[in-house]
Ligand binder design. Structure first.
Ligand SMILES: *[C@@H]1O[C@H](CO)[C@@H](O)[C@H](O)[C@H]1NC(C)=O
Ligand SMILES: [Zn+2]
Length: 440
């Protein structure tokens, strides 16, 4: 009885302390809003960029990554001379700084309060139900808006554009894309983006490319739109993408449940040398390969789509858009062994990087994925090339640079130039491949 008397007023107090019946916050308005939305926060999280100068430091940081879920490694500690960015939780800053000093690691602090980057980024998002006429490349957009925009463009250009649906995701969201062009003689180019949820610049770039192909006044772009059929799927991980807007800006994987945690890294889940290198068997990790090869619904949807269309639609080029690091990479990811058309892919990649340099002055590195960024298996690009037999396959890491202060939180002012660079790279690759007879 006494317990009851105590509990009732306590419960009532905490309930009325956060929200009134009409939903208005009574005090600590920002706390109240964040709590009500169940959003992850990164206040005073720091980004360190560390350099490994000896084997002892590398082994130490490999252990550290395994032990700690309050340190987010952007890549793994692998080799001498390597520089690596690490997002350090606020409560670990002192301990981490001490380790750097104790083991004499060269380092820089790139950002002191990561939440500020996220706050600024969230102000660059237009509301989910914004009129699709307001769609642009100065803001970021929700899944629903991107899908609505594609429907809108298809309604405006019914002769040239149709909306496609690969089927639904794990949580029942549609995986939508477009087909542009309908000449059955044309060879096709397939572009996929958003497989990693937090890399928002990738879907923004995909919609930019759709828009350019539809509306550009440039004769060369108009010819590309006419002479090839284009398949573009901006959000192939819709559940993850939604989650980054609603709950955690840093989420990367899909949202499949594994007991106490969620998510498979869909770009480690493809059935080509699956789970052989550069992925994790631990569902709590950001690069979890999944319980088996091709286990995830999103992976199956994409595989089915490519299998059903690769011959029928003559898909000869596969592009996967990611961020960040400014790299143009081709297969393989799982081995440093060379693909049969290595020399061509190397040449096209170098041409594309030079074209970007000429356009914006930005440095993009080109090479096979294994040697250029880090070894990883089960990626969509390796599968598309090796299993689906698509000869021209690239994975782009878009802006910012490898030592970016923003990690994946690219400012909206950079959408337009980044997307333009990516499109320039694709144009350069397609034209160079055409010259070599890949689309005959
Ligand atoms: C994935 O590879 C790891 C390391 O070789 C192994 O321990 C694990 O059993 C593999 N996972 C599956 C599901 O085969
Ligand atoms: Zn990625």
């Amino acid at each position: 009885m006494l317990l009851r008397l105590l509990l009732i007023p306590l419960f009532t107090m905490s309930a009325s302390g956060t929200k009134t019946e009409d939903g208005a916050c009574q005090r600590h308005v920002s706390d109240c809003v964040a709590a009500a939305k169940d959003q992850a926060r990164y206040d005073h999280y720091r980004i360190y960029n560390v350099q490994f100068d000896n084997v002892e430091q590398i082994e130490l940081f490999q252990k550290l990554e395994e032990q700690s879920d309050s340190l987010t490694f952007i890549g793994h500690a692998r080799e001498i001379g390597q520089k690596l960015s690490i997002l350090v939780a606020a409560h670990r800053v002192a301990d981490f700084a001490d380790l750097l000093q104790t083991y004499k690691l060269q380092h820089r602090v790139l950002t002191y309060n990561f939440q500020e980057k996220i706050d600024r980024n969230m102000r660059e998002v237009l509301p989910e139900d914004v009129d699709v006429d307001k769609y642009d490349w100065q803001h970021f957009f929700h899944l629903k808006t991107i899908n609505g925009w594609m429907e809108h463009m298809a309604a405006k250009h019914p002769d040239r554009l149709s909306v496609l649906d690969m089927g639904s995701s794990t949580q029942g969201n549609p995986i939508k894309g477009i087909k542009l062009g309908s000449n059955p003689e044309n060879k096709a180019i397939f572009i996929e983006s958003g497989i990693h949820a937090r890399e928002w610049i990738a879907p923004a770039t995909a919609t930019y490319i759709i828009n350019e192909l539809l509306n550009s006044k440039d004769k060369q772009v108009q010819n590309l739109a006419k002479n090839y059929n284009w398949f573009v799927f901006p959000c192939v991980n819709p559940d993850g993408y939604k989650y980054t807007f609603e709950h955690d800006r840093m989420w990367r994987k899909n949202r499949q449940l594994f007991g106490t945690c969620r998510g498979v890294d869909l770009n480690r889940n493809y059935p080509d040398h699956w789970n052989s290198t550069g992925s994790s068997s631990d569902p709590t990790r950001y690069d979890y390969a999944g319980p088996s090869a091709g286990s995830e619904l999103e992976t199956k949807r994409l595989i089915d789509f490519i299998r059903n269309n690769v011959a029928k639609e003559q898909i000869k080029t596969y592009i996967s858009l990611h961020s960040y690091s400014q790299m143009l990479m081709f297969p393989y990811g799982y081995t440093k062994e060379h693909v049969s058309n290595y020399d061509d892919l190397q040449e096209f990649g170098k041409k594309a990087a030079a074209a970007i340099k000429a356009e914006s002055g930005r440095d993009y590195v080109s090479g096979n994925l294994y040697e250029t960024i880090y070894p990883s298996s089960g990626g969509s690009m390796d599968w598309a090339h090796a299993e689906a037999g698509i000869p021209i396959a690239y994975t782009f890491e878009l802006r910012g640079p490898p030592d970016s202060q923003d990690l994946f939180i690219l400012p909206a002012v950079e959408i337009q130039p980044t997307a333009s660079e990516a499109f320039t790279a694709i144009r350069t690759i397609v034209e160079a491949a055409a010259e070599k007879g890949y689309y005959k």
